[in-house]
Write a protein that binds this ligand. Structure first.
Ligand code: 13P
Length: 250
């Protein structure tokens, strides 16, 4: 069976002090929670301090992005080594906001994915369609292309260590969650592509998270679905209260 995984993507929010306080509160509320993988993704500037707070707990640390090169003249970028150095075990790759506002492509995400895997960082690879794509009946086609593009030249051994996040763009920050049926349909579709690419054993073991307006009041019905293995939470992860509530409902 797949362990559920809940991520809190803080996006471009929180000063150092706010981040540390939220992490402290979360640690208090969760104690040494078991049976669920919990990961928080603070902004880069808070990674080290948050790591110090959650050290020794079951809460994992991740970054929201990284570059694929290991170092060098890439002004403004962060390398996977730098993430390891501050205690990150996870990294979000290809979030729709990165694709939308910063021109990230499946090809670039694929390079980042390979770099993360080569250094033992668990990548959380995001895919998802826009509202017009869904309305035009193209949602599957888009997600299919994103999965195949991002996973190009990845071996089944490597694929085992990846987490996929299905985040329909129309559900992000809008309060309009995909219905559990809509989400499950796409999760199953994704799992079938992964099966074709990496075989049954790997596709059965891969965790696929849902993201997009996940709240304490809708997590349970989403998690009841067979192929939904967790959630990547934005807004509701910013407060320790609501994030802990979501986790405790798993
Ligand atoms: P919201 O939960 O705010 O809709 O954000 C989802 C998301 O983008 C997580 O990565």
């Amino acid at each position: 069976m797949r362990t559920p995984i809940i991520g809190g993507n803080w996006k471009m929010n929180k000063t150092l002090k706010e981040a540390v306080n939220t992490a402290r509160e979360l640690k208090e509320k969760l104690g040494n929670i078991r049976g669920v993988e919990v990961v928080i993704f603070p902004p880069f500037t808070a990674l080290k301090s948050v790591k110090e707070v959650i050290e020794g707990t079951n809460i994992g640390l991740g970054a929201q992005n990284m570059y694929w090169e290991k170092g060098g003249a890439y002004t403004g970028e962060i390398s996977p080594f730098m993430l390891l150095d501050v205690g990150c075990k996870y990294v979000i790759l290809g979030h729709s906001e990165r694709r939308q506002y910063f021109g990230e492509t499946d090809q670039g995400i694929n390079k980042k994915l390979k770099a993360a895997l080569s250094l033992g960082i668990t990548p959380v690879v995001c895919v998802g369609e826009k509202i017009e794509e869904r309305k035009g009946g193209k949602a599957r086609q888009i997600v299919d292309r994103q999965i195949r593009g991002c996973f190009k030249e990845i071996t089944p051994e490597e694929a085992k260590r990846i987490v996929v996040a299905y985040e329909p763009i129309w559900a992000i920050g809008t309060g309009e969650t995909a219905t559990p049926e809509q989400a499950e349909e796409m999760h199953l579709f994704i799992r079938n592509i992964l099966k074709e690419l990496f075989g049954k054993e790997v596709s059965n073991s891969l965790q696929i998270q849902y993201g997009g307006s996940v709240k304490p009041n809708n997590i349970k019905e989403l998690m009841e679905k067979e192929d939904i293995d967790g959630a990547l939470v934005g807004g509701a992860s910013l407060k320790a209260n609501s994030f802990a509530e979501i986790i405790k409902k798993i």
